[in-house]
Ligand binder design. Sequence first.
Ligand code: GAP
Length: 513
Amino acid sequence: MTQEELFKKLVAHAKEYGFIFPSSEIYDGLSAVYDYGQMGVELKNNIKRYWWDAMTRLHDNIVGIDAAIFMHPKVWEASGHVSAFNDPLIDNKDSKKRYRADVLIEDWLAKQDEKIAREVEKARKRFGESFDEEKYLATSPRVVELAAKRDEVHRRMTEALNANDFTELRQIILDCEIACPISGTRNWTEVRQFNLMFETKVGSVAEGANTIYLRPETAQGIFVNFLNVQKTGRMKLPFGIAQIGKAFRNEIVARQFIFRMREFEQMEMQFFIRPGEEMKWYEYWKTFRMKWHRALGFGDDNYRFHDHEKLAHYANAAADIEYNFPFGFKEVEGIHSRTDFDLGQHQKFSGRKMQYFDAETGESYVPYVVETSIGVDRMVLQVLSAAYTEERLENGEERVVMRFPAALAPVKAAVLPLVKKDGLPELAREIIAGLRLDFNVQYDEKDSIGKRYRRQDAIGTPFCITVDHQSLEDGTVTVRRRDDMEQHRVAATELHSLLERETGFRALFQKLA
Ligand code: GAP
């Protein structure tokens, strides 16, 4: 199965089992907007809890807030989003389709990499055991030519983006003979800037409407509350403010399911520090955030850092944490050294002093900031992609199992009476009543036990608890583990401690210590 086929199956599975639905589906959906179903919302809430507790509870110098989505329009002038939060767009005159110019070029670069990989594979087959990949890459005339062209285009694109040189971006598209995937033609317009913020009006039109924006990042809600939190919480530098909330961007290239959405959620933390200490804290947060990802056990090699070449207008260093999605390594999280840009700008635009008095040095200054910023939905997609597994069992049957880390699984256990009679449903309900006070558990009595196991595997439930006739006699039940399908009998009275031990966040948090 190709990675593309796998991804299609994952999207279909996410819908079939109540994780993610297209928004307003009965009206044929709304592009790049999705709804979370009954399983998806549980998974998403568990991811948020993992992040929130790891950032706030495990750090005694980080507190949380929940700021409004609507903010004073001046915020976005100060932050630079009104003037600089743009994408370079280009239209194909024949298909009338609009594209991000840099994405068209990046797709072309990815194709060159694929061509090189194909050449390497062909040579590997030809030379067999004696194949030396490094030497081949350095000496094969075709590969050397492809790589040189790729590097040259990459260099030109980076320079053009940094200089906002749209004529050059268009020229690269023409030079690389990039055609519109729909019309197949190279009939392109000029490249233009397009602001990604959604606008709306506040107040009735009669009163004189004011344009405001749906926030494109949650970070600014933290910056404008810096003084409130620092003073009321008596916070001393270094300290952080964390927030989870919705953000909105009018993305032109909306694709790869919930990877790039127009309405999405962010989990952001701004860490306020002394000027000059930003590189130390930048490295600290890069390490901590990578540890947070790897603790989930999806394989260390599936994550990597990508250092930014084109820095955002506010940053002096930035790196992404990328995950190996079925469509390649892509950004899940950003760690940005934002200097004193944001607080400095708000000081300028609001006229309020955004400063901290440092009792140790006796100085007042605008603190520097290191930010960690992760998309909740991208994290959901990462967990879904990593967990989705198709297996052929010994008896020839097939199963799809979502191998979620137990702490993130939407349902922790299913309680299943073996048959719908003889008092088994009543006992199962009694067990459920005790467990549901602390865990999300499901009761299921429909269909054969095998079918019920398959349904729970498909939503990633770590434990199935079967109540049978022996349970009535000695108070024991069968516990079946999702991953190895091993079964063992335990006393029903032990279920609570088993679920607490195996499905709680404790083990994950211990890995972060
Ligand atoms: N405050 C900094 C900031 O917003 P960003 O790199 O633009 O930085 C941070 O976004 C994270 O938000 C990304 O790493 C990604 O996980 C998520 N994100 C950004 N745009 C998104 C979109 N259109 N759909 C889903 N997630 C998105």
